[in-house]
Design a protein around this ligand. Structure first.
Ligand SMILES: *Cc1c(COP(=O)(O)O)cnc(C)c1O
Length: 833
């Protein structure tokens, strides 16, 4: 299932059986088949066709007399005409301006309108993409309207109030909402066009067709009623090339007369130095607006895309029928899923694609929805996306760049959005349920290449993971162990691991070695990271699984960190790199070997010491195939050189009285106000960490791992090793029968080695990074799939527990143990509750 944003048009997930499905007779597959490499027929035919064009012709930069240049010029003119034909319009009435994408088209219009003598007023529809919201910042005055506001306007009441007539007005709206697929009437542009005469200054209309044209024809043949400006992105329709278009009705060309900027190619003559004068090209509008060299090869690729798309999927009318049929099947499939207690699994925000509702002219093949459990609590969007990613569905979740649409679908008030923002919510973070309301939606989009089996598999996926047959209590069974009957000696430290370089392989602390425990975590844990040379972002295994093969080891005899790579190392690289462990490596290396550089770890801005040594950075860049640099984040930093723990006890871990009820149980009593969890914010604020994701120390229990592996085996999967959880401390029992799984959920303290106390900071939330085999860097579905089924609470998946060292009260502080606390493999572990 492809989304508009990434894969629409890229032909993802095509299965030939489904394309041949008798239930849908419209789609002709032609003679192209899915090959064994998994290449999709569409992508392959398109690339073959484009490659042929590029290898048999020589295309030069247009605007000169050479044969190669002339060839480019004439092909571009042909494609320009084809684009007009795609919208069924006559070149007499319209011009096509090639732009990078829909947004660039919008900016061209806005840039011209703000240069109009009185500037412009801006009216935009609530369902606008952010790209249509931004122009308000350039306008003299602006207002966001809903359907009602547009209707009133058409009836004569301007949404801008009385003094609006002093400037030109731009009205912008999407032909189809990118949030829920709702289609808005094309007739609005026509009706406002008729009203034009009544206004002193004109109202121009800007139609954002980016979402609509992916799965529907757009016929603008009636120039009198067509929007003045129409924008779209070709990559959304065809997957390739990365190109967009702005269609301008010739009757509205005058808007661009006031545009001030000009650039290479758009002028006939420019005089510099002593005089300042230029003559813009005058024959075609596009000649004046296409600044700089055209994206020649992209435009030529569009020729191929138009051909191949049509050959495989037919006319856009056929695509519309095909996607409409699939959309109805998806809508009905998700809409009919029910929990065992009769409650619906999905809340759908899109309209039924088969029955147009008042105001809208139907719904595109896009389904926006959210998922609830049988008590009515919302599933975390980030969690749904992780699982879907693992199952190879390309859905999108979150605010999907449609602020107005999201706010109205979810009933979010502006103050709530501001409050969410100030309590840490940002687009794309894991905190997506705030104050009991989702902050975004799940969006599944269908395209020409989607199939019946894609839809059925997706409905099956939601049902398998989110439908609750019998309503189960939302908390794990109470642990059998209680302080009184807990034998204190059967648990022990089985393994201690540190990960000197964030997201890379672990270093196992040898038996018999005392390992220092610091407030920030175990000594040497996550003190280094690899940052992208361009963005400064810390690299993670989630995106670069081969990082598991980077194997650091700590050599205290020599005072060195040695790093090897367990995969194949390119010939020109050394077998290992070695760096001094010393905190001030300037002693060993030249002073210019470091730069302080701003980086990002887990979305948080930090300041780290980045190594400048080419030997080091060439090694990591070479083995990982990513331009990266090593950076260090030593303890003791201030400001952005310091981070804090984010771990906290989860609701499901609290005693029953502490747990708030799930939100929105139909017919429930008002929620009792839950007492705040034991770890208050002030305590948390003191908990420093280095580059670990959330907390100083992560512990897991072998009893829980065994239980998980039994569940995986039941489902026919292969057991996973403890390494996938990247724990620092692995706790096992000398008497396995006496260790119930998941009892760590209820621990509040641990005493290790009979002397050191640790505070438990809450269960560890998991993502699909646990699916990376730490030996081979291969990805699989387990254990995340089984965890999602057995360890999901309040919509999130947990395994293992965060903890931190808890320093003794001042009276005992002067013992040697307290000055330099250590733990070692084999230490006894005594939980407290
Ligand atoms: C994708 C989209 C845009 C933005 O398109 P770009 O290609 O990113 O410029 C604008 N509006 C709608 C409705 C869209 O779906």
């Amino acid at each position: 299932m492809a989304t508009f944003d990434s894969l629409a048009g890229a032909g993802y997930n095509i299965t030939i059986e489904a394309l041949r499905d008798e239930e849908y007779p419209m789609l002709q597959v032609g003679s192209v088949y899915l090959d064994h490499a998994g290449t999709t027929p569409y992508a392959k035919s398109l690339m073959d066709r484009f490659a042929r064009d590029m290898t048999t012709n020589l295309f030069g930069n247009p605007h000169s007399a050479s044969a190669s240049s002339q060839l480019s010029t004439s092909r571009i003119e042909d494609v320009r005409l084809r684009v007009l034909q795609f919208f069924n319009v006559d070149p007499v009435d319209f011009d096509v301006v090639f732009v990078a994408n829909a947004t660039a088209g919008i900016k061209l219009v806005v840039d011209a309108m703000r240069c109009l003598p009185g500037g412009f007023d801006y009216v935009y529809h609530r369902d606008s993409h952010t790209s249509l919201v931004g122009p308000r910042e350039e306008a003299r005055d602006s207002v966001c309207v809903d359907d009602r506001g547009v209707q009133d306007w058409l009836a004569g009441t301007s949404p801008l109030g009385a003094d609006a007539a002093s400037a030109a007005t731009l009205f912008a709206y999407p032909a189809q909402s990118n949030m829920d697929g709702r289609r808005l009437p094309l007739s609005w542009a026509a009706q406002l066009g008729q009203n034009r005469a009544a206004h002193v200054n004109r109202t121009y209309t800007l139609l954002d067709a980016a979402a609509l044209v992916c799965s529907s024809p757009l016929d603008l043949s009636c120039a009198d009623t067509a929007p003045d400006f129409t924008v779209m992105s070709f990559y959304k329709v065809f997957g390739f090339p990365d190109l967009g278009a702005l269609l301008v009705r010739r009757g509205a060309e005058d808007v661009f007369a006031s545009r001030r900027y000009f650039g290479g190619g758009t002028v006939d003559m420019v005089v510099c130095l002593k005089e300042r004068w230029h003559a813009p090209k005058s024959q075609f509008l596009h000649e004046r607006l296409e600044d700089g060299t055209l994206p020649v090869h992209s435009i030529i690729a569009l020729d191929a895309a138009l051909d191949v798309h049509k050959q495989l999927f037919g006319l856009m009318r056929d695509v519309a029928a095909h996607t409409g049929f699939l959309a109805k099947r998806l809508y009905d499939g998700l809409g009919s899923l029910q929990h065992g207690n009769g409650e619906p699994v999905c809340v759908l925000y899109s309209l039924d694609p088969a029955s147009p509702t008042a105001g809208a002219v139907g719904n595109g093949p896009v389904l926006a929805f959210n998922i609830r459990n049988s008590f009515g609590a919302w599933a975390s969007l980030a969690e749904v996306e992780k699982l879907a990613t693992l199952k190879q569905f390309h859905i999108r979740t979150g605010g999907v760049c449609n602020p107005g649409g999201i706010a109205s679908a979810l009933g979010l008030e502006p103050w709530e959005m501001r409050q969410n923002f100030s309590s840490g919510f940002r687009c794309g973070t894991d905190n997506d349920i705030m104050a009991g309301k989702p902050t975004g939606v799940i969006r599944a989009s269908l395209g020409a290449m989607s199939t019946i089996s894609d839809v059925d598999k997706f409905v099956g996926f939601v049902s398998e993971f989110y439908r609750e047959e019998c309503v189960v209590p939302q908390s794990p069974p109470a642990p059998a162990l209680r302080p009184r009957d807990a034998p204190s000696s059967h648990l022990y430290v089985h393994d201690i691991l540190v990960y000197p370089i964030k997201s890379c392989g672990g270093f196992q602390v040898p038996e018999g070695v005392d390992w220092e425990v610091r407030p920030e975590g175990l000594a040497w844990d996550r003190e280094w990271c690899l940052v992208h040379q361009g963005s400064g972002q810390a690299l993670s295994q989630k995106r670069h699984p081969q990082m598991a093969l980077v194997r650091p080891s700590l050599d205290f005899d020599r005072g060195e960190l040695r790093v090897t790579f367990a995969g194949s190392i390119p010939r020109h690289l050394p077998r290992e790199v070695v760096l001094p462990l010393s905190k001030n490596p300037n002693v060993f290396q030249s002073p210019e070997s470091f730069r302080w550089r701003s980086s990002r770890v887990c979305g948080e801005e930090i300041l780290a010491q980045t190594y400048a040594s080419p030997e080091i950075n060439v090694f990591f860049t070479g083995v990982l195939g990513v331009p990266c640099a090593l950076a260090r984040f030593p303890a003791g930093g201030q400001g952005k050189s310091m981070r804090h723990s984010k771990a906290h006890l989860q609701k499901y871990q609290l005693p029953a009285g502490f747990r708030s009820r799930p939100v929105c149980i139909p017919g429930s009593f008002p929620d009792p106000v839950p007492p705040s969890p034991p770890d208050s914010d002030s305590e948390k604020a003191e908990q420093r960490i280095l580059l670990s994701n959330e907390s100083p120390i992560l512990a897991i229990s072998m009893a829980s791992l065994d239980a998980l592996n039994r569940e995986i085996a039941k489902a026919g999967g292969r057991a996973v090793s403890a390494a996938v959880f990247r724990a620092n401390v692995v706790i096992a029992s000398s008497d396995p029968g006496a260790a119930p799984p998941y009892s760590e959920d209820s621990w509040r303290r641990l005493r290790v080695g009979g002397r050191h106390d640790f505070a438990m900071l809450g269960a560890c939330r998991r993502c699909h990074m646990v699916c990376i085999n730490q030996e081979t860097a291969e990805k699989s579905e387990e254990p995340f799939v089984t965890l999602s089924k057995t360890r999901r609470f309040d919509g999130k998946v947990f395994f293992g527990t965060h903890m931190c060292y808890s320093a003794p009260a001042a009276a005992q502080a002067l013992t040697r143990d307290a000055q330099c606390p250590t733990i070692r493999v084999g230490d006894a572990v005594e939980p407290g509750w």
